[in-house]
Design a protein around this ligand. Structure first.
Ligand SMILES: [Zn+2]
Length: 277
């Protein structure tokens, strides 16, 4: 395993990643990180630093960013644009270009759906697009941004409408997890399923929503009859213990009574002999 320097595209933390894998989890922000992308981000930032620092003035920076976007060097463009908006939080144009950057990261919208809400790191980009777009609408003094984003409008709308479905997808997963954990609580011999359960739970962040729900359901279908059987068995054991307890009690009572009767009998015989003599 060879470790390579990379950067988390979500939080920017420096990572060491295994190049042979496809994705990993960022240990700082917990998001799923596509390894290739994280390595690329590291490289671009390394080379971008010198370049960006050399550019002076907002207009020159914006132009430079647009150039990067044109040739799909999105990370470089992002760095410049973020610098611009950190200096001027009302630079609508820069926000527009940032939207283009994140749409560039999103790339193929066909493979991006609410069903991939758990597994796809691109949801972070979608979130950014939505928030930048909202910001633009809030701060823009005219409609010039509409023109800048003309060619991107359709994509932006699709992203925003997908973002609306995100809570629903997340709820679906949460509900399923709740059902699953309720069932697991009923299982007396939880250790029998715990490994499988943990495996499934850990997959809640790497599978498609539909796949995850399906997997949980089939696991529950498998496990529930076993748990019900276990509960019935336990019920039988409880009943048996109950019966044994009752029998024990009646034996003790019988024993006590017979002791008393024996003593009385002996005393009576004793008295009988006393009277007779
Ligand atoms: Zn991170």
């Amino acid at each position: 395993m060879k470790l390579t320097a990379a950067k988390c595209p979500n939080c920017g933390a420096s990572l060491e990643v295994n190049k042979d894998l496809e994705k990993t989890i960022c240990q700082y922000c917990g998001s799923t990180v596509m390894i290739e992308e994280a390595i690329e981000k590291y490289k671009v930032e390394l080379s971008g630093k010198v370049e960006v620092d050399g550019i002076k003035g907002r207009d020159a920076k914006l132009k430079q960013a647009q150039k990067h976007i044109k040739i799909e060097e999105y990370a470089s463009a992002q760095k410049i644009l973020e610098e611009i908006v950190s200096e001027d939080k009302f630079d609508v144009e820069a926000y527009c270009e940032l939207i283009k950057v994140y749409l560039g990261y999103l790339d193929d919208l066909k493979t991006f759906s609410e069903d991939t809400a758990l597994a796809d790191p691109r949801w972070n980009y979608a979130e950014k697009i939505e928030s930048y777009y909202n910001r633009i609408k809030k701060i823009a003094e005219d409609d010039s941004y509409v023109d800048i984003l003309k060619d991107y409008q359709e994509k932006i709308e699709r992203v925003i409408s997908l973002m609306k479905k995100l809570p629903e997808s997340k709820k679906k997963v949460e509900d399923t997890m709740e059902k699953l954990s309720k069932l697991m609580k009923r299982a007396k011999s939880v250790y029998l399923y715990s490994n499988e359960y943990l495996d499934i739970a850990s997959e809640s962040t790497s599978l498609k929503v539909s796949e995850f729900v399906k997997k949980c359901n089939s696991f529950m279908e498998k496990v529930e009859p076993e748990i019900v059987a276990e509960e019935k068995k336990q019920e039988k054991i409880d009943k048996r213990d109950d019966m044994i307890g009752k029998v024990k009690n009646s034996i003790i009572t019988y024993y006590k009574l017979s002791c008393i009767f024996t003593i009385i009998f002996v005393i009576l015989i004793f008295i009988f002999f006393l009277i007779k003599h």
